[in-house]
Design a binder for this molecule. Sequence first.
Ligand code: PRE
Length: 275
Amino acid sequence: MRVAFLGPVGTYGEQAALQLIALEGWGDAVLVPQLGIRAVVQALARGDCDAAVVPVENSVEGGVTACLDALWEHPDLAVVRALVLPVRHALVGSGSLEGISEVLSHPQALAQCSQWLAEHLPRALQLPTSSTADAARMVAGSRFRGAIASRQAAVEHGLQVLAYPVNDVPGNCTRFLLLRRGPRAHEGPLASLAFSLHSNQPGALLEALGCFARRGLNMSRIESRPSKREMGEYIFFVDLELPQAAGVLEGALEELGPLCEHLALFGAYPITNQP
Ligand SMILES: O=C(O)C(=O)C[C@]1(C(=O)O)C=C[C@@H](O)C=C1
């Protein structure tokens, strides 16, 4: 089992991948680091890997757009499991906190620590990197550069923890998805889907969402992304909490289908919250 994740070692993606692999019971899994979230998805789509782990949503910064776009663009990929991981960032480096004039990290992580940075390092330049652990790798050996990363990344890349925690919201967490190639399964209490509508008429989205409301299906998330074809044209990404009873989702999708230009169910899957 080759599992693609956002590398290098020490990312939150790696932590999530290890836990998802344990939940699946894949004793023989090998982690294969990739350079970006799109590269993680492509490694799976191309067949270089058997599974992929990607962040889809953060509790503070919202949707990870590269993941949403990739799900829409790859109908051959399925969501098989989700994990909500607590994300507790540290400022890591080799110098002292006072000497830091540049802070490197993944843009999501910089955003999750923006108030802390404004308060404690207001003059430091913020530089984006492809992942938090890549930032840790890049600051190693420098006395004026720090990285926002996990404490594990500090261990992996031989750095000290200069401040912890530095995330603005104590409950900061990120939901990760385990993706595989093949048919999109219906085996859990959470369903993820996306649709684009035929019409841009008043009430078109209300009519579409009525398919869920009338069946008592609770929508736990809705998010729109531009179709990238025309200004003002959107794709709606929806998560639904499914009841025990069989057939409710299928009924909703049957009614929704004719209203949509394109409708994609990414899967119905189990979700684990790590305390
Ligand atoms: O850079 C990492 O460590 C990642 O796993 C990426 C990522 C993200 O893209 O959201 C994942 C979790 C955190 O929210 C910050 C960054």
